[in-house]
Structures are given as structure tokens and as C-alpha cells.
Design a protein around this ligand. Sequence first.
Ligand code: GUN
Length: 167
Amino acid sequence: MKQIELLIEKFELVPHPEGGYFKETYRSEGEVSPESLPKEYQGSRNYATSIYFLLTSDTYSAFHKIKQDEIWHFYSGSPLMLYVISEEGELSEHCIGNDFEKGQIPQFVVPGNHWFAAKTINPDDYSFVGCTVSPGFDFKDFVLPERKQLLEKFPEHATIIKSFTRL
Ligand code: GUN
């Protein structure tokens, strides 16, 4: 699709390990010191960061988790479905998009330490969104689990886990 190539080129998007493409658009200069962060963070973090994230219908964003809440913002393209599993094993689905009459929402917060995955709903399409976190993103806080590991934790969600894991 021409629009996908255009977005990748225009916004200098690169492949993300979870699937899709991204580009960091903001990283605050200020930092939070390790003493001011919860114990599970190692080292300091920027106050906040933001990315563009592009997902296409030929792939998906695999289940992963980070420590902090992540705010998703819808920009353009197909609505996107977010699948979220809490540590207690509660699964929820959230449709991010701009057809508000159909119940889609333009912004959604994935709570920290929850496993989440995403897919573009329409075939042959893309979803262009933004993701903002505070404290700022660091790959040290990013966990991309193996399928086996998630299946052991949440056997009741085997179908969705198998659909959204590659490792
Ligand atoms: N920077 C690199 N990857 C990510 C991500 O998955 N989320 C956010 N918010 N920032 C990132």
C-alpha cells in the first residue's frame, strides 16, 4: 500500500521488535533519579517519551509488557484492537479509532505491568497511532515473552496468546 510506504518514509519509521514500525518523537530532557523511581526501575529515566507507531494488517504487535502506563492515541487508518491481560489473568479488548458512534475511542491507557498485543482491524490497511509513556521508555523495561512462558501463566487465554506471539 502506497500510504504505508509514505508514512514509513515521511516519519522515518523503523521496525519495532514487537512488530510494526516506530519512531521516537519526544524524549524529555529532564530525568527522574533512581531514588525517586519505584524499586523495579534500574537507573534513571527521562520524564516522558512519545513515539509514532504504525501497524499493518499483514502483521501484529506481539504480547509484551512495560513497567509504566502507556497512553495510545489514534491518528489515522484502520481502527486497531488492543488485547490486554492483567497479572491476575483478566483479558480485555479495546478498539482504538475515530468512529465514535461505533464505540471506538481515540485514546486508551494500557496500565503498567499488563501484557498487551494489538492488531489492525481492516484487511489491507494500516493503523497509525502514538504511544506515550512516563517515566520515559527504556528497553530495559520492555519484556517480549516466549509463547510458552505466557501459556504457562495464562492457559485459559491460549487461543489469543498463540495468535499474538512469535517466539
Ligand atoms: N520507544 C521504543 N519502543 C517503544 C514502545 O513500545 N513504547 C513507547 N512508548 N516508547 C517506545
